[in-house]
Design a protein around this ligand. Structure first.
Ligand code: NAI
Length: 240
C-alpha cells in the first residue's frame, strides 16, 4: 500500500499506460481521479473527470473533485507518426505540443496550490526513449518528448523548496493502442513492428504495467530523493 492515504490525478486513465497506472495506484491504496476524453476503459474505482486535458475547465473540475492533491500523473498523449518532417502540418505540430507538453505544464500549475497546501507532492510525466535517440517520420512527437525531459528538470529544480517533486519515466515501445496506431500508419506495419521490437536489447515490447510500476514508484514516498530526473524503462533500447 505504497500510496495509502494519497489522492492522485492521472490523465489518460482510459487506455494504455495511464489506465495501468490508475489501476496500480488504486492497488497501492490511492484515491484516483482519472481524466480522459471518455470514461470507457477507466478501471473500476477510478473517479472519472471526462474532458480534454488541454481545456482549463477540465483541470479546474479535476482539481475541485480531488480536493487535496498529493500526486499527479500527466500521462495523456498523442502521436502524429508516419508523416515526413516537411509534410507535417502546423496544426498537427501545435496539437501534439498542446497535449504532450503544454497540458503537462498546465496540469502541474493547476495542482500546485493544493500540493503546496498539503506540504508537498509528486508529479510524474511521460517522456520517451525516442527523446534520447531520435527517430524518423515522428518529428513533433519526439520533439515534444524532448521538451518533457527539460520540463521535469526545470520544474523539479524550481519546486524543490516547495517539496514538490517532478520526474518523468521514459518508456521504450509499449504494447498499447498508441503503439498499434503508430505501427498501422507505417508503410509496412509488420516490418515496422519487427524492427521496433528488435531495436530493444530485450527484443520485445514492454507492457503498460511495466511503466505503471515506475509511475507508482515516483508517485510514492519511496522516491523521496528523486526530482528533476528521468527514469528510462525501455528494455535496453537506449543501451543497444
Ligand atoms: P494510449 O493512446 O493507449 O492512451 C492515451 C490516452 O490519452 C487515451 O485514453 C486518450 O483518450 C487520452 N488522451 C489523448 N489526448 C487527450 C486529450 N486531449 N484529453 C484527454 N485525454 C486524452 O497511449 P499510451 O501508449 O498509453 O501512451 C501514454 C503516454 O505514454 C503518452 O504520453 C505517450 O506519448 C507515452 N509513451 C508511449 C509509448 C508507447 O510505446 N506506447 C512509448 C513512450 C511514451
Amino acid at each position: 500500500m505504497r500510496l495509502d492515504g494519497k489522492t492522485i490525478i492521472i490523465t489518460g486513465a482510459a487506455s494504455g499506460i495511464g489506465q495501468a497506472s490508475a489501476r496500480r495506484a488504486l492497488e497501492e491504496g490511492a484515491r484516483v481521479i482519472g481524466v480522459d476524453l471518455n470514461g470507457d476503459g477507466m478501471p473500476d474505482g477510478v473517479e472519472p473527470v471526462i474532458g480534454d486535458v488541454t481545456a482549463a475547465a477540465t483541470i479546474a473540475r479535476a482539481v475541485e473533485t480531488a480536493g487535496t492533491i498529493h500526486g499527479l500523473g500527466t500521462i495523456a498523449g498523442i502521436s502524429r507518426s508516419g508523416v515526413a518532417i516537411d509534410e507535417l502540418s502546423p496544426e498537427d505540430w501545435d496539437q501534439v505540443f498542446a497535449v504532450n507538453v503544454k497540458a503537462c505544464w498546465q496540469w502541474l500549475v493547476g495542482a500546485l496550490p493544493s500540493m503546496r497546501a498539503a506540504g508537498g507532492g509528486s508529479v510524474v510525466m511521460v517522456a520517451s526513449q525516442l527523446a534520447f535517440g531520435g527517430g524518423r517520420l515522428n518529428a513533433a512527437y519526439i520533439a515534444s518528448k524532448g521538451a518533457i525531459v527539460s520540463l521535469v528538470k526545470t520544474a523539479g529544480f524550481e519546486l524543490a523548496p516547495d517539496n514538490v517533486r517532478v520526474n518523468a519515466v521514459a518508456p521504450g515501445a509499449i504494447d498499447t493502442p498508441m503503439l498499434n496506431g503508430s505501427m498501422s500508419r507505417a508503410e509496412d506495419p509488420a516490418a515496422a513492428r519487427d524492427y521496433s521490437r528488435n531495436r530493444h536489447a530485450m527484443k520485445r515490447f514492454g507492457q503498460a504495467d511495466e511503466i505503471a510500476n515506475g509511475v507508482v514508484y515516483l508517485l510514492s514516498d519511496e522516491a523521496s530523493f528523486s526530482t528533476g530526473s528521468v527514469i528510462t524503462i525501455d528494455g535496453g533500447w537506449t543501451a543497444a
